[in-house]
Ligand binder design. Structure first.
Ligand SMILES: *Cc1c(COP(=O)(O)O)cnc(C)c1O
Length: 391
């Protein structure tokens, strides 16, 4: 077991002034709730745009589908990666045009493909033969890109196994797609979410290049590489800055494709919105299970069922801030429901002020991605996590 010191450096996450503003906004609201900062999302977007000026950004809507975030990104010129027809309806309603959409989920019902096609979507991700056939039938002549399998090594939240296929399978599917009248555009991958190891992009890009070459021999000119998601947010463990990832990846693309770049897409989710979120929670109870040598349990009014599901296996470790200072203790952190899996951190203890009391607020930083939409609608009767959008 190791503990993390609560006295983290605020400036690594947010300026003190910005945090003070958010705290003021939060002061009269009942916990628990999430605040998403639009100015932070805008900053992340422009950082990425500046460091990879040649990419087209497809924001992964599932990371944080709040209307204000989507409208902001629409205004900044972003495109959008959608996972379902429901996300499709959401973005169309906001006035985002279908030429800015990519249906990135490889698992689709035939009628959902048809629905998307009828609403103007012409770009689909795929990884399997049956999906290629469904797209050809329900979205004729559409552009398709093919997802290769990655192993997710180096990622805190891997997406391995479930998506993508081996290059030889992909190769056959590309030929099939052409046969069926689709327009094979290129290759995509996802190296795993919160990816610490930038060389994972190099491995995936080398496979892209192989497939570009192999299909060229069959008369197919692929011209698109989709770098997927994986760019990190700032949780407890430090990560490299955007420009470091960008510079490395740019070098890899040049290494495999020379100076004449293919079209390059990227699908950031966590990167774009993670840092923008602060989840505000209250200490419900503090208790010790034995008289001696026992680590205190800190029960909060949020848990696995109110948006913090990515604490599964303690994969994602959020920085936690308390207003109190002074001597610190180690704590086990748990949620409020009557389910024993509703424990946040037990293997890794959090070091927080020993003066913490029931009723105190804690602020979970970097909770803008994959939180609110994961929260259950009525488990134990608790309502879904409230969400506000702030500057
Ligand atoms: C979830 C998802 C993303 C976003 O991944 P992050 O690691 O959050 O950036 C991108 N592309 C696809 C296809 C996804 O399913």
């Amino acid at each position: 077991m190791h503990a993390f010191d609560y006295s983290f450096d605020m400036e690594n996450y947010m300026t003190k002034e910005h945090f003070a503003r958010l705290k003021k906004f939060a002061s009269d609201k009942e916990t628990p709730f999430l605040m998403t900062s639009l100015s932070t999302v805008a900053r992340k977007y422009s950082e990425l745009e500046k460091s990879m000026p040649y990419v087209r950004i497809y924001y992964a809507v599932k990371a944080n589908p709040s209307e204000e975030v989507l409208k902001l990104l629409m205004g900044l010129g972003s495109c959008f990666d959608i996972a379902s027809i429901y996300e499709l309806d959401l973005v169309l309603e906001l006035g985002i045009t279908p030429d800015r959409l990519s249906f990135g989920n490889t698992i689709k019902k035939a009628r959902d493909i048809r629905y998307a096609y009828e609403r103007g979507v012409r770009l689909f991700a795929t990884d399997g033969e049956s999906d290629v056939r469904k797209i050809a039938q329900n979205a004729p002549k559409s552009d398709v890109f093919f997802r290769i399998l990655t192993d997710g090594v180096g990622a805190d939240w891997p997406l391995s196994r479930k998506f993508g296929a081996q290059p030889d399978v992909i190769f056959q599917n590309i030929l099939l797609a052409r046969e069926l009248g689709l327009n094979p555009r290129g290759i995509s991958f996802h190296v795993g979410s919160q990816q610490h190891d930038v060389t994972q992009w190099r491995m995936a890009l080398s496979v892209c290049k192989e497939l570009f070459d192999a299909t060229k021999e069959k008369g197919i000119d692929l011209d698109l590489v989709n770098l997927g998601g994986g760019f990190p947010a700032h949780y407890l463990h430090p990560v490299e800055e955007t420009y470091v990832y960008a510079a490395e990846i740019t070098d890899y693309i040049r290494e495999f494709f020379g100076d004449k770049f293919p079209r390059v897409f990227i699908e950031p989710g966590r990167y774009m919105v993670g840092d923008a979120g602060i989840l505000v929670t209250e200490v419900v109870m503090i208790s010790r299970k034995a008289r001696e040598n026992s680590i205190p349990w800190l029960y909060l009014d949020v848990g696995k069922f109110s948006g913090l599901i990515e604490t599964l296996d303690e994969s994602i470790k959020y920085p936690i801030y308390s207003d109190r200072s002074g001597k610190a203790s180690d704590y086990i952190l748990a949620g409020p429901t009557c389910d024993s899996m509703d424990i946040l951190y037990e293997k890794m203890l959090y070091r927080l002020p020993s003066s913490l009391e029931e009723g105190d607020r804690l602020y979970f930083f970097t909770t803008g991605a994959y939180t609110q939409t994961y929260s259950a609608v009525f488990f134990n009767g608790f309502p879904p996590l409230k969400a506000y959008v702030v500057d």
